[in-house]
Design a protein around this ligand. Sequence first.
Ligand SMILES: [Zn+2]
Length: 326
Amino acid sequence: MPPTPHLRLGVDLGGTKIESAVLELLPDAPDSYVERARRRVDTQQQLGYEAIIENAKQLVLATAREASVNVDDLSIGVGMPGGTRRDGLVKNSNTVCLNGRPFRQDLVRALGRPIAFENDANCFALAETWFGAASAHRSGVVFGVIMGTGVGGGIVVNGQPWTGPMGIAGEWGHHTVYAVAPDAALEASQQLRPCYCGKRGCVEVYVSGPAVERDYARRAGASLSMADIFARRASDPAARAACDVFFDAFARGLANVVDVLDPSAIVLGGGLSNIDSLYTEGVQRIAALVFNDELTTPILRPKLGDSAGVIGAALLPPLPYLLRAH
Ligand SMILES: [Zn+2]
């Protein structure tokens, strides 16, 4: 028997924790859902690949039991960092022992159930579009931003993720926001910060927390946390300079996104999304760079917090009746 379409299990597979929840979607009230169960376990990646498969499997089964639902009656979605190569193997995951392994196929085999997979930034964007900050824009285009230790993003079009034929749609963290004149010497380009992806000048090497902390340490000769650097912005010239670079790169990156995509809304997420001035000074700086004389794009605070991962994962299998309802 096919799964009951309104009962969905989402798994948020992170480097230290795996979280799972069973959501009951309400066909007559597409703006809300009921959480039937939620559980969390350690990923235990130090125990290796097989242990992660087993931990994820047992978590799914336990969450289904807690919700008093047969696992065969659930649609299952899994969100995780990184992507999938064309041969089906995991790539770019910070749970490094998954890289190069057929995690998706192995988890499907372990559970004996079909599973929808997507990267965690796309799950964030999907969750905030359906039940979070951008729910008024479900029938438009939403760009979800992750800014924390790294920078990612996801695009939702008409309530569904747009991942692109190569699976890289929304990866704004690795487009370059700084460059040198085409005829400048190679030496000049070396002044741009290098990125692990092999390029220089990527958003991620300016906008992430570690990037700002490194920049401050280089300028001040002392280490401070991102929060402390922002708190000292008015009194400490090194903090002011590091924050200016952060805001400039943030604004250039998102202005480029707006120019290309003109989304209905942008939702900020990740640890840095709680910086209040992103929604004032940050927005003003984007407006100054966009190829238009005004910026009307709402730049929104996230509403779902850490829950966005499991909610987005639960929403991954297609939602035909919800799409009709909207
Ligand atoms: Zn890069």
